[in-house]
Structures are given as C-alpha cells and as structure tokens.
Design a protein around this ligand. Sequence first.
Ligand code: HEM
Length: 505
Amino acid sequence: MTSLHLPTVWASALTAATIFFVAAISRWLRKPKSFSVPMVGADSGDTNALKARYVQEADQLLREGYEKFKDAIFQVITPDGPRVFLPRKFAHDLKDYNRHEASGMKALADRHIGHYTTIDHESDIMLGAIKIDLNRNLGTFVGDVEHEVAYCFETQFPPCDDWTPIDLHDKLLRVVAQASARIFVGYPMCRNEEWLDCSTKFALDVMTGGEKLKQWHPYLRPIAQYFVPEMTRIRGDHQRALELLLPELNRRLAEPANPDASPHNDMIQWMQERARKTGDKSFNNKELANLQMLTATAAIHTTRLAIIHALYDLAARPEYVEPLRNEILGVTKDSKGILQKQHLTQMKMLDSFMKESQRHSPPSVATYQRKAMIPITLSNGFHIPAGTIVQCNTNILDETPASWGDPHAFDGFRFYKLRNRSPDDVNKFQFASPTYDSMQFGFGRDACPGRFFASNQIKIILAYILSHYDIKFQDEAEERPKNFMFEVNVLADPTKLVLFKKISR
Ligand code: HEM
C-alpha cells in the first residue's frame, strides 16, 4: 500500500515545493515603478502595511491623500505597485481624449489581468448594442422585465407570510441576472438555470482568478495560470456559454425569415444584426457567446450591488418607505399597477433615493480610471507615460457643491428637491445622469453606457419590493451596515440579512 502511494506523495511534495519556490522568486522579481509625486502614508515606512491598508481601506487612504495634498496628484502603494490618483478636476483634462488614447476598458482589463481572465476584449458590436440598441429600446420592455421580476420573486423567494430573513446578495443575484437575461438573451433562455449560473459565476471567476494570478510575477503567469482553478473555470465558462446558447441560436435560424420585423428584440438579435451590417467576419457564435458573458459581467453585479445598498439604506431609514410607496402607487394607479416606461420616469422620489444611496455607496471610490494608450500631459504639466493607469479621486463628499446641502447627511430626497429647482435641473440630477459632481457612472463620452438600463432595472425591482413587502433589520434600531472595501471597490456587507414580510392586501 505504502509503496503504491509513494510516487503520489513525492509528486505532491515536488509540486508544492515548485509552487513555493516560483512564488518566492515571483515576489523577489517584482520591482514597482514609483512616480515623482508625494506618497500617502510614506512616513510610516512600512510598505507591507500600506499595501494591506490599500486592500482594506483604500477609501481612507484616498481621504488622507485629499486632506494632505488637496489639489495635488499623489500616489498610493498597492499590492500591484504604486498607483497615481488624480484630484477629480483632472477628469476634465482626460475626457478630451478618445477611448483609443485614454481607455477605461483597458484600465479595467489590466486591473483584472484581462489577457488571462479574457476580459481584455473590446468590441464595437457589444458597445453599439448597449449604447444604441439597448438604450433605443428601453421603453419597449419595461413590461417584460417587470413580468420576469415578478416571476422570480414568486419562484425564488420564500412566502414571507411572516418576517423572513433574506440574504440579499444571493436572492438579488438571481433576480437581476434573470431580469437582465430577459433582454440580453430573450425568453425562454432567461429562465435557463445553467445559463444563469454560467453568466453570473463567470464574473466571480474573473475577479477571484485575476487576484490569485496577480500574486505571480508577469513572467510566470503563462505557467501559473494552470495552478489557479478559477482560470481553468474561465476557459470552461466560455465553452459552456457557447454550448448553452447554440440550441437557441439554431432555433432562431430555423424560424421563417420575416422581412418586416424580427420576432426577437434582444441583445442576441442586435449583436447579430450589427455584425451583419458591418460585415464583421470575426463575429461568429463563439464571439456572440463571449460578448454575452462580458455584457452580463458588466451589468449584473453592479446593478445587484446598487439595489442592496438602496435596501440597506431603506431598512435603516424606514421613514422613506411610505412616501416612496405612495409615489409608486400614485404613478401606476391608472394602469392597475402595471408598469410602463413613463411610470419609471415619474418615480422621481425613488430616483432621488437611488442617487443619494449611490452617492454614499458608489461602486468605487475612483470611478474614473483610464489607461494612457499614448503619452498624455495634463494641464498642470504632469506627464503620464503611455501604458500608465491613472484614476481620479471621485468620492470625496466634501467636494459636493454647497448648493446641494449638507454633503455628509443622507438626504434621500436631495436630488428630488434639486430637480424641482428649475427646468434646467430636471435632467441634471437624475440617477442616470453622470456629471462632474456625480461620477458614480464615470464621466464624459465613455461613461457607463448601461446606466439607463440599470436605472430602469433598479427602479422596477425596488418598486416591486416596496409594493409587495415590508422590510426591516432584525434589530429595528440597527444602523445601516458599514460598507466593506476591496481596494477602491465599495462592497455591501455580505453578512447582513434583511427581514421581508408580504404586505397583506
Ligand atoms: C448600477 C449599475 C452600474 C454601475 C454603477 C456601473 C458603473 C460603471 C462605471 C463607473 C463605468 C466606467 C465609466 C468611466 O470610466 O467613465 C462603467 C462602464 C461600463 N459599463 Fe457600467 N455600470 C452599471 C451597469 C451597467 C449595465 C447594466 C451595463 C450593460 C448593460 C453596463 C455596461 C458597461 C460597459 C460596457 C462599460 C464600459 C464602457 C466603455 O468603456 O465605453 N454597466 N460602468
């Protein structure tokens, strides 16, 4: 017996020793390049402690940078080396460069070592389908999404006849994924369990796999990727997505051609039409499946997080429930509770609450990040060499304009009041309006193209919850749970449960 197992034991020991040895060399080989700007926390002199602080409390480091250096550019030590943070005003300089000169997508891809995690894939077809087709059709599928949301709550949520604890991270992942899939891949694919599983897990594999692979020196990553399980899964996810989509694509192919109108109005259709019109020869079913995964990755987790933040804010501030519920009932009263596009536009209090929630809990404290694809010189003379990633310090609440009121208070109807100030302000303060003072969706021509869709999805889901459930924390006096940071990303506390109870009618 023992002799039979010896080779296995030796092989495992050798593999472990090799991994340890290669990882040690990997750390030793890494020589971070510094920039000639002041560094936050330099006086502490403890580089490892600074790196750990960046991972767990980047928001505080950026605040320290803001307080110490105010209008000046500074750098922060991170596990990936020093990173340059620009005061928010430099977003004005950067927005004049096009996406091939200063790229948000490339910055994101680099962050998650997109060459390996497969997200370094910029596609005009995908961007066009989101920026143009999705936004143009927003009004037409409010009812479809609402229907899918209702179906999801009926099938995925417990009855909630009495107060029932709900893990929002888990349940809302399903609701958002399915409601988004209704528009991305259409019905009945949006109810395909395997598709939902594949399209939601892919993003998690990209995040986790990327972080694990980043521990290795770039020279070693081509080999190290085979030691990271998530990297293997990512390769499998693409194949699985294609296999799952194929029956749907073949079913559509077999349908009789309709020269007047396609029976489908979804992202599959828009992507295929764009490829046909542009004659893009590289577009095939495999590429379509990849683009669907990328779209889901950009859409689902961001939207889910915004809803969780809003529900935490609502559970901690129950005084907002009644006015919001009244607004929803009021705007839908003539349509027997069935939502239409104009109802979403009319939900101005809800829109304001969402925006205030996002102001306090943005997706990231540095939402404006760009990779310089060419050398760039900022208006103060600071030179950004090609290949460098810079980001703006976009979430310093003290920089809020004085006319917005107390910058640190949570005022759920802050933007509702601002919108009512004058006709010019009606659009400026909407949830989906990125401005210099409100960069949660980025800024300029490359600001998030999915923000209008996200705004609708969030409203539909929150309106459903407010109309069907009461919600509260276990301990009613409980404060809003503190957010967690992972580097510059702001995450909602994943341990917190919210109690739901069906409203009796
Ligand atoms: C609450 C939900 C969402 C938030 C907070 C969010 C946030 C962001 C941010 C901050 C950016 C970077 C913008 C910049 O650097 O200027 C971005 C880019 C992007 N988002 Fe979103 N997003 C959300 C939902 C969505 C949805 C639903 C989709 C797809 C339907 C989407 C697709 C994209 C794409 C494709 C980009 C890259 C745009 C480009 O580089 O031109 N996002 N998003």
